[in-house]
Design a protein around this ligand. Sequence first.
Ligand SMILES: [Zn+2]
Length: 182
Amino acid sequence: MQINWKNELNRKGRRVVLSNQPVAMHCHHYNINLQKTLEDTLGEEGVRLLYQAAEEASFDGFQTLFSQHKKLKTTESKLEFAADIYQNCGLGIIRFQETDSRGGQIISPAGHHVTGWLAKHGMRKTPGCHFSRGWIAGVLEVIYDHPPGYYSVKELACKMMRNETCVFQVTEKLKRKRKLKT
Ligand SMILES: [Zn+2]
């Protein structure tokens, strides 16, 4: 489905809106300082906060966006739309390679947080795309009709560690818990 981005991405007074939803715009200085501060001061808890905030924002945002674009009926068209939104919001390039309701694998050959982190702090020893992990969880939960928190998204390779691409693995969190009980 073709989206007319000139109509969708607009200004209303001082606000930038995407399909009538206000959008917060931050440069890499803000976003990377926020991430580094959270990681340095709170450690794993800071990472979890960043992931969950991105997941909730992505979930709520895409629920609204899909309700406004009812012509997007197939999973493929919704995934394509989500990747377009990611790119048009300046977050980077994301490819939903193999996904279904149970999860899958996603790669990102370029990302805002990657470029920002490498520019400010150089190579990391651990994967660092926590925002993208949360964003992926939220959008897939909407597309596959699951509640927020349904998926766990891990980053198997990260360009912040000088891997070739970022690779995200999506699994079902709830099912894993159920399996552990049996
Ligand atoms: Zn990464």
